[in-house]
Design a protein around this ligand. Sequence first.
Ligand code: SF4
Ligand code: SF4
Ligand code: SF4
Length: 590
Amino acid sequence: MEEGREGVAVFFCHCDGEVSGMVDVPAVMKYAATLPKVVIAEEHEHLCSKEGIARLKEVLGDAKVDRVVMAACSPRTHGDIFLSALESVGINEYLVEFANLREQCAWVHEDRMEATDKAKDLVRMAVFRAMELEPLEKIKLSIIPSALVIGGGVAGMEAALNIVSKGFNAFLVERGEEIGGRVRKLSTTFPTISCGIPCRHDCPDCEFTPKIEEIYAAGNIEVLTSAEVVEVEGRIGDYKVKVRTGVEEEKELNMGTVIIATGSRTFDPGRIPEYGYEFEDVITSEEIELMYLKSRKGGGGAKLLRPSDGRTPKRVDFIQCVGSRSLKPGSNPYCSITCCLYAIGHARAIKEMYPDTEVYIHYTNIQAPYRGFEEYYNETSSLGIKFVRGAVEKVEEQGGQLFIGYEDADLQRTEETTTELVVLSVGQEPSDGTAKLSEMFRIERDIDDFFMEVNPRVVAEDKTGVFIAGCALGPKNIRYAVADGRAAAENAIRLMEQGFVEVEPVIPEVDEDKCIRCGVCESLCRYGGINVGEEEAAEVIAALCRGCGLCVASCPAKALQMKYYSDDQLRILLKTAFSIPVAEAEHERG
Ligand code: SF4
Ligand code: SF4
Ligand code: SF4
Protein backbone atom coordinates (compact mmCIF):
# COMPACT_ATOMS: atom_id res chain seq x y z
CA MET A 1 0.00 0.00 0.00
CA GLU A 2 1.18 3.49 -0.75
CA GLU A 3 2.40 5.69 2.06
CA GLY A 4 0.04 8.42 3.16
CA ARG A 5 -3.17 6.58 2.38
CA GLU A 6 -5.65 6.90 5.19
CA GLY A 7 -9.40 7.13 5.29
CA VAL A 8 -12.49 5.23 4.26
CA ALA A 9 -14.28 5.04 0.93
CA VAL A 10 -17.91 3.90 1.03
CA PHE A 11 -19.45 2.47 -2.14
CA PHE A 12 -23.20 2.12 -2.45
CA CYS A 13 -24.93 -0.20 -4.87
CA HIS A 14 -28.54 0.23 -6.00
CA CYS A 15 -28.54 -3.40 -7.17
CA ASP A 16 -30.87 -2.53 -10.05
CA GLY A 17 -33.52 -1.37 -7.60
CA GLU A 18 -33.18 -4.35 -5.21
CA VAL A 19 -31.61 -1.99 -2.66
CA SER A 20 -32.77 1.42 -3.89
CA GLY A 21 -36.37 0.20 -4.23
CA MET A 22 -36.62 0.15 -0.43
CA VAL A 23 -33.65 2.24 0.76
CA ASP A 24 -33.12 5.93 -0.02
CA VAL A 25 -29.55 5.38 -1.19
CA PRO A 26 -28.68 9.08 -1.85
CA ALA A 27 -29.81 9.94 1.70
CA VAL A 28 -27.66 7.19 3.24
CA MET A 29 -24.74 8.25 1.07
CA LYS A 30 -25.09 11.83 2.24
CA TYR A 31 -25.12 10.59 5.81
CA ALA A 32 -22.05 8.40 5.25
CA ALA A 33 -20.11 11.41 3.99
CA THR A 34 -20.55 13.03 7.42
CA LEU A 35 -18.96 10.10 9.29
CA PRO A 36 -15.39 10.50 10.58
CA LYS A 37 -12.60 9.37 8.23
CA VAL A 38 -14.99 8.93 5.29
CA VAL A 39 -13.38 10.71 2.38
CA ILE A 40 -15.31 9.14 -0.49
CA ALA A 41 -18.99 8.19 -0.75
CA GLU A 42 -19.98 6.92 -4.19
CA GLU A 43 -23.02 5.19 -5.64
CA HIS A 44 -23.56 2.97 -8.65
CA GLU A 45 -26.56 1.27 -10.19
CA HIS A 46 -24.89 -2.11 -10.41
CA LEU A 47 -21.52 -2.28 -8.68
CA CYS A 48 -20.73 -5.90 -9.54
CA SER A 49 -21.16 -5.23 -13.27
CA LYS A 50 -18.18 -4.62 -15.53
CA GLU A 51 -18.91 -0.89 -15.47
CA GLY A 52 -19.36 -0.90 -11.69
CA ILE A 53 -16.03 -2.61 -11.09
CA ALA A 54 -14.31 -0.24 -13.53
CA ARG A 55 -15.79 2.74 -11.66
CA LEU A 56 -14.65 1.28 -8.32
CA LYS A 57 -11.10 1.00 -9.59
CA GLU A 58 -11.17 4.41 -11.22
CA VAL A 59 -12.33 6.15 -8.02
CA LEU A 60 -9.81 4.34 -5.85
CA GLY A 61 -6.93 4.62 -8.29
CA ASP A 62 -5.68 8.00 -7.02
CA ALA A 63 -7.63 8.21 -3.80
CA LYS A 64 -5.86 8.56 -0.49
CA VAL A 65 -7.89 5.88 1.28
CA ASP A 66 -6.72 2.59 2.73
CA ARG A 67 -10.07 1.16 3.84
CA VAL A 68 -13.30 0.47 2.01
CA VAL A 69 -16.89 -0.21 3.00
CA MET A 70 -19.01 -1.97 0.40
CA ALA A 71 -22.64 -1.05 1.10
CA ALA A 72 -24.25 -3.53 -1.25
CA CYS A 73 -25.36 -7.16 -1.15
CA SER A 74 -24.19 -10.06 1.02
CA PRO A 75 -20.43 -10.71 0.69
CA ARG A 76 -21.43 -14.36 0.11
CA THR A 77 -22.69 -13.45 -3.34
CA HIS A 78 -20.24 -10.90 -4.77
CA GLY A 79 -17.65 -10.50 -2.03
CA ASP A 80 -14.89 -12.20 -4.01
CA ILE A 81 -15.46 -10.03 -7.08
CA PHE A 82 -15.21 -6.85 -5.02
CA LEU A 83 -12.20 -8.04 -3.04
CA SER A 84 -10.19 -8.94 -6.11
CA ALA A 85 -11.01 -5.55 -7.71
CA LEU A 86 -9.99 -3.76 -4.52
CA GLU A 87 -6.81 -5.78 -4.24
CA SER A 88 -5.89 -4.77 -7.79
CA VAL A 89 -5.83 -1.11 -6.68
CA GLY A 90 -3.75 -1.81 -3.59
CA ILE A 91 -6.44 -2.18 -0.92
CA ASN A 92 -5.68 -4.95 1.57
CA GLU A 93 -8.73 -7.23 1.59
CA TYR A 94 -8.71 -7.36 5.39
CA LEU A 95 -9.30 -3.61 5.48
CA VAL A 96 -12.63 -4.05 3.71
CA GLU A 97 -15.96 -4.24 5.52
CA PHE A 98 -19.38 -5.02 4.08
CA ALA A 99 -22.67 -3.39 4.98
CA ASN A 100 -25.30 -5.76 3.66
CA LEU A 101 -28.01 -3.36 2.52
CA ARG A 102 -29.81 -5.90 0.37
CA GLU A 103 -30.42 -9.17 2.30
CA GLN A 104 -30.21 -7.61 5.77
CA CYS A 105 -32.06 -4.41 5.02
CA ALA A 106 -33.97 -3.82 1.77
CA TRP A 107 -35.30 -7.36 1.53
CA VAL A 108 -36.51 -7.57 5.11
CA HIS A 109 -38.28 -4.22 5.44
CA GLU A 110 -41.57 -2.94 4.11
CA ASP A 111 -41.25 0.66 5.24
CA ARG A 112 -38.86 2.83 3.22
CA MET A 113 -38.12 5.21 6.07
CA GLU A 114 -37.34 2.40 8.50
CA ALA A 115 -35.17 0.67 5.92
CA THR A 116 -33.27 3.90 5.23
CA ASP A 117 -32.67 4.48 8.95
CA LYS A 118 -31.42 0.92 9.34
CA ALA A 119 -29.15 1.33 6.32
CA LYS A 120 -27.59 4.36 8.02
CA ASP A 121 -27.00 2.26 11.16
CA LEU A 122 -25.40 -0.55 9.15
CA VAL A 123 -23.15 1.84 7.26
CA ARG A 124 -22.11 3.67 10.43
CA MET A 125 -21.20 0.36 12.13
CA ALA A 126 -19.26 -0.78 9.07
CA VAL A 127 -17.29 2.47 8.82
CA PHE A 128 -16.26 2.36 12.48
CA ARG A 129 -15.31 -1.31 12.24
CA ALA A 130 -13.30 -0.64 9.08
CA MET A 131 -11.27 1.88 11.07
CA GLU A 132 -10.43 -0.82 13.65
CA LEU A 133 -9.22 -3.40 11.12
CA GLU A 134 -5.58 -4.39 10.68
CA PRO A 135 -4.04 -5.40 7.36
CA LEU A 136 -3.33 -9.14 7.07
CA GLU A 137 -1.53 -11.28 4.50
CA LYS A 138 -2.63 -14.69 3.27
CA ILE A 139 -0.40 -17.60 4.32
CA LYS A 140 1.35 -19.27 1.41
CA LEU A 141 1.95 -23.04 1.61
CA SER A 142 3.74 -25.24 -0.89
CA ILE A 143 2.05 -28.27 -2.49
CA ILE A 144 3.93 -31.53 -3.10
CA PRO A 145 3.09 -32.62 -6.66
CA SER A 146 1.77 -36.11 -5.97
CA ALA A 147 -1.64 -37.46 -5.04
CA LEU A 148 -2.88 -40.23 -2.83
CA VAL A 149 -6.11 -41.88 -3.94
CA ILE A 150 -7.76 -43.98 -1.25
CA GLY A 151 -10.18 -46.51 -2.70
CA GLY A 152 -9.80 -48.39 -5.96
CA GLY A 153 -13.42 -48.44 -7.13
CA VAL A 154 -14.72 -46.66 -10.20
CA ALA A 155 -14.40 -43.17 -8.67
CA GLY A 156 -10.88 -43.79 -7.35
CA MET A 157 -9.67 -45.36 -10.61
CA GLU A 158 -11.07 -42.45 -12.61
CA ALA A 159 -9.40 -39.96 -10.26
CA ALA A 160 -6.02 -41.71 -10.44
CA LEU A 161 -6.09 -41.93 -14.24
CA ASN A 162 -6.96 -38.24 -14.55
CA ILE A 163 -4.18 -37.24 -12.19
CA VAL A 164 -1.49 -39.17 -14.01
CA SER A 165 -2.77 -37.93 -17.37
CA LYS A 166 -1.52 -34.50 -16.26
CA GLY A 167 1.92 -35.83 -15.45
CA PHE A 168 1.59 -36.17 -11.67
CA ASN A 169 2.32 -39.30 -9.67
CA ALA A 170 -0.50 -41.12 -7.91
CA PHE A 171 -0.63 -43.80 -5.25
CA LEU A 172 -3.79 -45.88 -5.29
CA VAL A 173 -4.47 -47.54 -1.95
CA GLU A 174 -7.13 -50.25 -1.95
CA ARG A 175 -8.24 -52.18 1.10
CA GLY A 176 -9.43 -55.18 -0.90
CA GLU A 177 -7.30 -57.70 -2.70
CA GLU A 178 -7.93 -56.11 -6.08
CA ILE A 179 -9.00 -52.81 -7.55
CA GLY A 180 -12.30 -52.37 -9.38
CA GLY A 181 -14.54 -51.98 -6.35
CA ARG A 182 -18.11 -53.14 -6.14
CA VAL A 183 -18.54 -53.01 -9.91
CA ARG A 184 -16.52 -56.20 -10.10
CA LYS A 185 -19.33 -57.95 -8.29
CA LEU A 186 -21.97 -56.86 -10.80
CA SER A 187 -22.98 -59.12 -13.65
CA THR A 188 -24.75 -56.33 -15.53
CA THR A 189 -25.18 -52.60 -15.16
CA PHE A 190 -28.53 -50.98 -15.84
CA PRO A 191 -29.62 -49.29 -17.96
CA THR A 192 -27.39 -46.70 -19.51
CA ILE A 193 -23.83 -47.88 -18.98
CA SER A 194 -23.17 -49.82 -22.08
CA CYS A 195 -19.92 -50.88 -23.65
CA GLY A 196 -21.34 -50.13 -27.07
CA ILE A 197 -21.02 -53.70 -28.28
CA PRO A 198 -24.49 -54.86 -29.34
CA CYS A 199 -24.72 -57.80 -26.93
CA ARG A 200 -27.53 -58.63 -24.51
CA HIS A 201 -25.69 -57.65 -21.37
CA ASP A 202 -24.07 -54.41 -20.32
CA CYS A 203 -21.29 -56.32 -18.62
CA PRO A 204 -19.14 -54.28 -16.27
CA ASP A 205 -16.27 -56.46 -17.44
CA CYS A 206 -16.37 -54.82 -20.87
CA GLU A 207 -16.72 -51.40 -19.30
CA PHE A 208 -14.18 -51.53 -16.52
CA THR A 209 -11.60 -54.20 -17.25
CA PRO A 210 -9.83 -51.86 -19.70
CA LYS A 211 -9.74 -49.21 -16.95
CA ILE A 212 -8.13 -51.61 -14.52
CA GLU A 213 -5.58 -52.54 -17.17
CA GLU A 214 -4.93 -48.87 -17.87
CA ILE A 215 -4.20 -48.30 -14.17
CA TYR A 216 -1.62 -51.07 -14.09
CA ALA A 217 -0.15 -49.99 -17.41
CA ALA A 218 0.29 -46.36 -16.34
CA GLY A 219 3.89 -45.93 -15.26
CA ASN A 220 3.17 -43.31 -12.64
CA ILE A 221 0.42 -45.00 -10.61
CA GLU A 222 1.62 -47.21 -7.79
CA VAL A 223 -1.17 -49.56 -6.74
CA LEU A 224 -1.17 -50.87 -3.18
CA THR A 225 -3.83 -53.54 -2.62
CA SER A 226 -4.76 -55.17 0.71
CA ALA A 227 -3.48 -51.88 2.06
CA GLU A 228 -4.89 -49.43 4.55
CA VAL A 229 -4.10 -45.91 5.68
CA VAL A 230 -3.23 -46.12 9.37
CA GLU A 231 -1.70 -42.77 10.25
CA VAL A 232 -1.79 -39.25 8.85
CA GLU A 233 0.22 -36.20 9.76
CA GLY A 234 0.66 -32.87 8.09
CA ARG A 235 -1.35 -30.22 6.33
CA ILE A 236 -2.75 -29.24 2.95
CA GLY A 237 -0.05 -29.79 0.36
CA ASP A 238 2.21 -31.86 2.61
CA TYR A 239 0.78 -35.01 4.18
CA LYS A 240 2.82 -37.83 5.66
CA VAL A 241 0.67 -40.91 5.33
CA LYS A 242 1.47 -44.32 6.75
CA VAL A 243 -0.05 -47.18 4.77
CA ARG A 244 -0.13 -50.71 6.16
CA THR A 245 0.62 -53.02 3.28
CA GLY A 246 0.97 -56.31 5.12
CA VAL A 247 0.84 -57.77 8.60
CA GLU A 248 4.11 -56.18 9.66
CA GLU A 249 4.79 -53.94 6.69
CA GLU A 250 4.21 -50.24 6.46
CA LYS A 251 4.98 -47.72 3.78
CA GLU A 252 5.33 -44.00 4.38
CA LEU A 253 4.13 -41.66 1.64
CA ASN A 254 4.60 -37.92 1.35
CA MET A 255 1.63 -36.57 -0.58
CA GLY A 256 0.45 -33.13 -1.61
CA THR A 257 -3.21 -33.92 -2.25
CA VAL A 258 -5.55 -36.71 -1.25
CA ILE A 259 -8.68 -38.12 -2.84
CA ILE A 260 -10.93 -40.26 -0.70
CA ALA A 261 -13.05 -42.58 -2.81
CA THR A 262 -13.78 -45.33 -0.35
CA GLY A 263 -17.28 -46.02 -1.64
CA SER A 264 -20.07 -47.38 0.51
CA ARG A 265 -21.08 -50.73 1.95
CA THR A 266 -24.37 -52.50 1.45
CA PHE A 267 -26.93 -52.54 4.23
CA ASP A 268 -27.09 -55.74 6.28
CA PRO A 269 -30.73 -56.88 5.97
CA GLY A 270 -30.38 -59.06 9.08
CA ARG A 271 -31.03 -55.80 10.95
CA ILE A 272 -34.69 -55.95 9.85
CA PRO A 273 -35.87 -59.36 11.11
CA GLU A 274 -39.34 -59.13 9.51
CA TYR A 275 -37.81 -59.48 6.04
CA GLY A 276 -36.66 -63.02 6.87
CA TYR A 277 -33.08 -62.80 5.65
CA GLU A 278 -32.30 -65.85 7.75
CA PHE A 279 -34.23 -68.05 5.28
CA GLU A 280 -32.32 -69.64 2.44
CA ASP A 281 -34.56 -68.33 -0.32
CA VAL A 282 -34.44 -64.73 0.87
CA ILE A 283 -31.43 -63.14 -0.79
CA THR A 284 -30.11 -59.64 -1.46
CA SER A 285 -29.76 -57.87 -4.77
CA GLU A 286 -25.99 -58.33 -4.43
CA GLU A 287 -26.38 -62.07 -4.03
CA ILE A 288 -28.37 -62.26 -7.27
CA GLU A 289 -25.39 -60.65 -8.98
CA LEU A 290 -23.02 -63.21 -7.52
CA MET A 291 -25.34 -66.00 -8.62
CA TYR A 292 -25.35 -64.67 -12.19
CA LEU A 293 -21.60 -64.20 -12.24
CA LYS A 294 -21.09 -67.74 -10.97
CA SER A 295 -23.46 -69.31 -13.47
CA ARG A 296 -21.90 -67.30 -16.31
CA LYS A 297 -18.46 -68.49 -15.36
CA GLY A 298 -19.79 -72.05 -15.44
CA GLY A 299 -20.85 -71.47 -19.07
CA GLY A 300 -24.35 -71.25 -20.54
CA GLY A 301 -25.19 -67.71 -19.41
CA ALA A 302 -26.80 -66.27 -16.29
CA LYS A 303 -29.18 -68.47 -14.31
CA LEU A 304 -31.53 -67.65 -11.47
CA LEU A 305 -31.80 -70.61 -9.11
CA ARG A 306 -33.32 -70.96 -5.67
CA PRO A 307 -30.53 -71.47 -3.14
CA SER A 308 -32.59 -74.11 -1.28
CA ASP A 309 -33.17 -76.56 -4.15
CA GLY A 310 -31.39 -75.17 -7.23
CA ARG A 311 -34.72 -74.81 -9.06
CA THR A 312 -35.85 -71.84 -11.16
CA PRO A 313 -38.41 -69.95 -9.05
CA LYS A 314 -41.96 -69.61 -10.39
CA ARG A 315 -42.50 -66.42 -8.45
CA VAL A 316 -40.01 -63.75 -7.31
CA ASP A 317 -40.85 -60.84 -4.97
CA PHE A 318 -38.53 -57.85 -4.79
CA ILE A 319 -38.74 -55.75 -1.62
CA GLN A 320 -37.58 -52.17 -2.10
CA CYS A 321 -36.04 -49.70 0.33
CA VAL A 322 -34.52 -52.35 2.60
CA GLY A 323 -32.67 -50.28 5.19
CA SER A 324 -33.45 -47.02 3.38
CA ARG A 325 -36.08 -44.30 3.70
CA SER A 326 -37.19 -45.48 7.09
CA LEU A 327 -37.05 -43.97 10.54
CA LYS A 328 -37.24 -47.41 12.16
CA PRO A 329 -34.28 -48.27 14.42
CA GLY A 330 -31.47 -49.87 12.43
CA SER A 331 -32.56 -48.32 9.12
CA ASN A 332 -31.43 -45.17 7.37
CA PRO A 333 -33.67 -42.20 6.61
CA TYR A 334 -32.20 -41.42 3.19
CA CYS A 335 -32.94 -42.93 -0.22
CA SER A 336 -30.13 -45.11 -1.53
CA ILE A 337 -30.89 -43.92 -5.06
CA THR A 338 -29.61 -46.90 -7.01
CA CYS A 339 -31.77 -49.79 -5.75
CA CYS A 340 -35.00 -49.00 -7.62
CA LEU A 341 -33.37 -49.14 -11.01
CA TYR A 342 -31.27 -52.04 -9.92
CA ALA A 343 -34.38 -54.05 -8.99
CA ILE A 344 -36.18 -53.05 -12.17
CA GLY A 345 -33.18 -54.16 -14.19
CA HIS A 346 -33.14 -57.52 -12.42
CA ALA A 347 -36.89 -57.97 -12.79
CA ARG A 348 -36.63 -57.36 -16.53
CA ALA A 349 -33.74 -59.77 -16.86
CA ILE A 350 -35.70 -62.46 -15.01
CA LYS A 351 -38.74 -61.94 -17.23
CA GLU A 352 -36.54 -62.15 -20.28
CA MET A 353 -34.83 -65.35 -19.12
CA TYR A 354 -37.94 -66.99 -17.65
CA PRO A 355 -41.12 -65.54 -19.20
CA ASP A 356 -43.32 -67.83 -17.05
CA THR A 357 -41.89 -66.61 -13.76
CA GLU A 358 -44.11 -64.08 -12.02
CA VAL A 359 -42.22 -61.02 -10.82
CA TYR A 360 -43.50 -58.56 -8.19
CA ILE A 361 -41.83 -55.36 -7.02
CA HIS A 362 -43.05 -54.04 -3.64
CA TYR A 363 -42.28 -50.35 -3.40
CA THR A 364 -43.38 -47.11 -1.78
CA ASN A 365 -42.00 -44.74 -4.44
CA ILE A 366 -39.94 -45.55 -7.48
CA GLN A 367 -36.91 -43.31 -7.76
CA ALA A 368 -35.72 -42.99 -11.34
CA PRO A 369 -34.04 -39.60 -11.21
CA TYR A 370 -31.34 -39.84 -13.85
CA ARG A 371 -31.56 -39.33 -17.57
CA GLY A 372 -33.18 -42.23 -19.39
CA PHE A 373 -34.21 -43.99 -16.17
CA GLU A 374 -37.83 -42.83 -16.09
CA GLU A 375 -38.35 -44.17 -19.62
CA TYR A 376 -36.74 -47.45 -18.59
CA TYR A 377 -39.12 -47.73 -15.64
CA ASN A 378 -42.21 -46.87 -17.71
CA GLU A 379 -41.29 -49.44 -20.33
CA THR A 380 -40.97 -52.10 -17.60
CA SER A 381 -44.61 -51.79 -16.54
CA SER A 382 -45.68 -53.18 -19.92
CA LEU A 383 -43.52 -56.32 -19.62
CA GLY A 384 -45.79 -58.13 -17.19
CA ILE A 385 -43.81 -57.17 -14.09
CA LYS A 386 -46.22 -56.27 -11.30
CA PHE A 387 -45.53 -53.16 -9.23
CA VAL A 388 -47.27 -53.28 -5.85
CA ARG A 389 -47.30 -50.05 -3.89
CA GLY A 390 -47.19 -50.60 -0.14
CA ALA A 391 -45.09 -51.94 2.70
CA VAL A 392 -44.09 -55.56 3.11
CA GLU A 393 -45.05 -56.58 6.61
CA LYS A 394 -43.39 -59.96 6.91
CA VAL A 395 -41.57 -62.77 5.16
CA GLU A 396 -41.87 -66.14 6.86
CA GLU A 397 -41.09 -69.76 6.16
CA GLN A 398 -43.39 -72.59 7.24
CA GLY A 399 -42.88 -76.22 6.32
CA GLY A 400 -40.27 -75.33 3.73
CA GLN A 401 -42.65 -72.84 2.05
CA LEU A 402 -41.95 -69.10 1.87
CA PHE A 403 -44.80 -66.67 2.66
CA ILE A 404 -44.93 -62.94 2.08
CA GLY A 405 -47.43 -60.60 3.74
CA TYR A 406 -47.81 -57.18 2.19
CA GLU A 407 -49.98 -54.15 1.77
CA ASP A 408 -51.45 -53.18 -1.59
CA ALA A 409 -52.12 -49.48 -1.08
CA ASP A 410 -53.82 -49.02 -4.45
CA LEU A 411 -56.35 -51.79 -3.79
CA GLN A 412 -56.47 -50.83 -0.11
CA ARG A 413 -55.96 -54.34 1.21
CA THR A 414 -53.32 -56.58 2.70
CA GLU A 415 -52.38 -59.91 1.22
CA GLU A 416 -50.51 -62.98 2.32
CA THR A 417 -49.33 -65.39 -0.31
CA THR A 418 -46.69 -67.99 -1.05
CA THR A 419 -43.62 -67.08 -3.02
CA GLU A 420 -40.51 -68.92 -4.17
CA LEU A 421 -37.78 -66.32 -3.91
CA VAL A 422 -37.56 -62.96 -2.14
CA VAL A 423 -34.95 -60.43 -3.23
CA LEU A 424 -34.15 -57.62 -0.80
CA SER A 425 -33.15 -54.36 -2.48
CA VAL A 426 -30.59 -53.33 0.10
CA GLY A 427 -29.43 -49.75 0.38
CA GLN A 428 -26.01 -48.21 0.87
CA GLU A 429 -24.27 -47.01 4.02
CA PRO A 430 -20.95 -45.29 4.73
CA SER A 431 -18.09 -47.73 4.20
CA ASP A 432 -16.39 -49.25 7.23
CA GLY A 433 -13.33 -47.02 7.33
CA THR A 434 -15.22 -43.73 6.99
CA ALA A 435 -15.10 -42.66 10.65
CA LYS A 436 -11.40 -43.46 11.00
CA LEU A 437 -10.40 -41.66 7.81
CA SER A 438 -12.53 -38.66 8.68
CA GLU A 439 -10.69 -38.36 12.00
CA MET A 440 -7.26 -38.85 10.46
CA PHE A 441 -7.81 -36.23 7.74
CA ARG A 442 -10.11 -34.07 9.91
CA ILE A 443 -12.90 -34.13 7.36
CA GLU A 444 -16.42 -33.52 8.60
CA ARG A 445 -19.15 -36.12 8.20
CA ASP A 446 -22.79 -35.40 7.52
CA ILE A 447 -25.82 -36.41 9.53
CA ASP A 448 -25.84 -39.83 7.83
CA ASP A 449 -22.11 -40.32 8.52
CA PHE A 450 -20.98 -39.99 4.92
CA PHE A 451 -18.09 -37.61 4.26
CA MET A 452 -19.18 -34.03 3.85
CA GLU A 453 -17.95 -31.91 0.99
CA VAL A 454 -16.76 -28.38 1.58
CA ASN A 455 -19.57 -26.18 0.36
CA PRO A 456 -17.95 -23.27 -1.48
CA ARG A 457 -20.97 -21.08 -0.76
CA VAL A 458 -20.48 -21.58 2.97
CA VAL A 459 -16.72 -22.01 3.33
CA ALA A 460 -14.68 -19.74 1.09
CA GLU A 461 -11.73 -22.11 0.76
CA ASP A 462 -10.76 -25.68 1.29
CA LYS A 463 -8.01 -25.90 3.88
CA THR A 464 -7.39 -29.62 3.62
CA GLY A 465 -6.38 -30.49 0.06
CA VAL A 466 -8.47 -33.62 0.60
CA PHE A 467 -11.24 -34.21 -1.93
CA ILE A 468 -14.04 -36.73 -1.68
CA ALA A 469 -15.49 -38.67 -4.59
CA GLY A 470 -18.14 -41.25 -5.38
CA CYS A 471 -20.27 -43.07 -2.83
CA ALA A 472 -18.03 -41.89 0.02
CA LEU A 473 -20.20 -38.76 -0.25
CA GLY A 474 -23.48 -40.68 -0.34
CA PRO A 475 -25.25 -43.21 -2.54
CA LYS A 476 -24.90 -42.69 -6.26
CA ASN A 477 -24.83 -44.67 -9.46
CA ILE A 478 -21.76 -45.62 -11.46
CA ARG A 479 -22.00 -42.81 -13.96
CA TYR A 480 -22.08 -40.14 -11.26
CA ALA A 481 -19.40 -41.83 -9.17
CA VAL A 482 -17.10 -41.73 -12.20
CA ALA A 483 -17.91 -38.05 -12.79
CA ASP A 484 -17.15 -37.37 -9.13
CA GLY A 485 -13.77 -39.06 -9.44
CA ARG A 486 -12.95 -36.82 -12.38
CA ALA A 487 -14.07 -33.68 -10.51
CA ALA A 488 -12.02 -34.57 -7.42
CA ALA A 489 -8.99 -35.16 -9.63
CA GLU A 490 -9.50 -31.74 -11.26
CA ASN A 491 -9.42 -30.09 -7.84
CA ALA A 492 -6.25 -31.92 -6.86
CA ILE A 493 -4.61 -31.16 -10.22
CA ARG A 494 -5.43 -27.45 -9.89
CA LEU A 495 -3.63 -27.32 -6.55
CA MET A 496 -0.62 -29.32 -7.75
CA GLU A 497 -0.27 -27.29 -10.94
CA GLN A 498 -0.32 -24.09 -8.93
CA GLY A 499 2.35 -25.51 -6.62
CA PHE A 500 1.16 -23.52 -3.64
CA VAL A 501 -1.99 -22.52 -1.84
CA GLU A 502 -2.83 -19.35 0.01
CA VAL A 503 -4.80 -19.89 3.19
CA GLU A 504 -6.78 -17.47 5.31
CA PRO A 505 -4.89 -15.56 7.99
CA VAL A 506 -8.09 -15.25 10.03
CA ILE A 507 -6.73 -17.33 12.90
CA PRO A 508 -6.19 -16.71 16.61
CA GLU A 509 -3.29 -14.71 17.97
CA VAL A 510 -1.78 -15.74 21.31
CA ASP A 511 -0.90 -13.25 24.04
CA GLU A 512 1.99 -15.20 25.56
CA ASP A 513 1.95 -13.14 28.74
CA LYS A 514 -1.66 -14.01 29.42
CA CYS A 515 -1.50 -17.70 28.44
CA ILE A 516 -1.52 -19.91 31.56
CA ARG A 517 -0.69 -23.10 29.56
CA CYS A 518 -3.88 -24.79 30.69
CA GLY A 519 -4.26 -26.72 27.42
CA VAL A 520 -8.01 -26.05 27.09
CA CYS A 521 -7.56 -24.70 23.56
CA GLU A 522 -5.59 -27.72 22.36
CA SER A 523 -8.05 -30.17 23.86
CA LEU A 524 -11.00 -28.47 22.15
CA CYS A 525 -9.54 -28.00 18.69
CA ARG A 526 -10.73 -30.72 16.29
CA TYR A 527 -8.21 -29.79 13.63
CA GLY A 528 -4.91 -29.87 15.49
CA GLY A 529 -4.72 -26.11 14.97
CA ILE A 530 -3.18 -25.14 18.30
CA ASN A 531 -0.45 -26.71 20.46
CA VAL A 532 0.47 -25.98 24.04
CA GLY A 533 3.89 -27.04 25.32
CA GLU A 534 4.81 -27.91 28.91
CA GLU A 535 6.74 -24.71 29.26
CA GLU A 536 5.69 -22.71 26.21
CA ALA A 537 2.59 -20.68 25.61
CA ALA A 538 0.01 -21.88 23.10
CA GLU A 539 1.06 -21.79 19.46
CA VAL A 540 -1.36 -21.62 16.54
CA ILE A 541 -0.52 -23.86 13.55
CA ALA A 542 -1.67 -21.59 10.74
CA ALA A 543 -1.77 -24.38 8.15
CA LEU A 544 -4.18 -26.46 10.24
CA CYS A 545 -6.29 -23.87 12.03
CA ARG A 546 -9.67 -23.40 10.35
CA GLY A 547 -10.49 -20.20 12.18
CA CYS A 548 -13.58 -21.63 13.88
CA GLY A 549 -12.99 -19.51 17.00
CA LEU A 550 -13.81 -22.25 19.51
CA CYS A 551 -10.51 -21.91 21.35
CA VAL A 552 -10.83 -18.13 21.47
CA ALA A 553 -14.24 -18.33 23.08
CA SER A 554 -13.06 -20.98 25.56
CA CYS A 555 -9.71 -19.64 26.72
CA PRO A 556 -10.11 -18.99 30.48
CA ALA A 557 -7.27 -16.45 30.50
CA LYS A 558 -8.54 -14.43 27.51
CA ALA A 559 -5.13 -15.03 25.95
CA LEU A 560 -6.50 -15.54 22.44
CA GLN A 561 -7.83 -12.97 20.01
CA MET A 562 -9.11 -13.86 16.55
CA LYS A 563 -7.49 -11.78 13.84
CA TYR A 564 -10.06 -9.71 11.91
CA TYR A 565 -12.62 -10.50 14.64
CA SER A 566 -10.82 -9.30 17.75
CA ASP A 567 -12.84 -8.17 20.77
CA ASP A 568 -12.18 -4.54 19.86
CA GLN A 569 -13.17 -5.10 16.24
CA LEU A 570 -16.46 -6.66 17.34
CA ARG A 571 -17.11 -4.35 20.27
CA ILE A 572 -17.02 -1.34 17.99
CA LEU A 573 -20.06 -2.73 16.18
CA LEU A 574 -22.02 -2.74 19.42
CA LYS A 575 -20.70 0.64 20.43
CA THR A 576 -21.80 2.22 17.19
CA ALA A 577 -25.02 0.30 16.59
CA PHE A 578 -26.97 2.90 18.53
CA SER A 579 -24.35 5.63 18.41
CA ILE A 580 -23.76 5.18 22.15
CA PRO A 581 -20.91 3.31 23.84
CA VAL A 582 -21.48 -0.15 25.32
CA ALA A 583 -20.74 1.07 28.84
CA GLU A 584 -23.56 3.58 28.63
CA ALA A 585 -25.91 1.02 27.16
CA GLU A 586 -25.13 -1.36 30.03
CA HIS A 587 -25.66 1.46 32.51
CA GLU A 588 -29.06 2.22 30.99
CA ARG A 589 -30.10 -1.44 31.21
CA GLY A 590 -29.12 -1.34 34.87
S1 SF4 B 1 -33.72 -46.09 -4.75
FE1 SF4 B 1 -35.74 -46.98 -4.58
S2 SF4 B 1 -35.44 -48.84 -3.41
FE2 SF4 B 1 -33.64 -47.61 -3.12
S3 SF4 B 1 -34.05 -46.50 -1.25
FE3 SF4 B 1 -34.63 -45.18 -2.95
S4 SF4 B 1 -36.81 -45.55 -3.25
FE4 SF4 B 1 -35.99 -47.23 -2.01
S1 SF4 C 1 -6.72 -21.97 26.59
FE1 SF4 C 1 -5.77 -19.95 26.67
S2 SF4 C 1 -4.58 -19.95 28.53
FE2 SF4 C 1 -5.08 -22.07 28.09
S3 SF4 C 1 -3.31 -22.80 26.92
FE3 SF4 C 1 -4.81 -22.10 25.46
S4 SF4 C 1 -4.25 -19.98 25.04
FE4 SF4 C 1 -3.20 -20.58 26.90
S1 SF4 D 1 -9.72 -21.32 15.83
FE1 SF4 D 1 -10.67 -23.35 15.76
S2 SF4 D 1 -9.40 -24.45 14.32
FE2 SF4 D 1 -8.21 -22.68 14.92
S3 SF4 D 1 -6.99 -23.39 16.63
FE3 SF4 D 1 -8.84 -22.50 17.50
S4 SF4 D 1 -10.22 -24.24 17.76
FE4 SF4 D 1 -8.60 -24.88 16.35
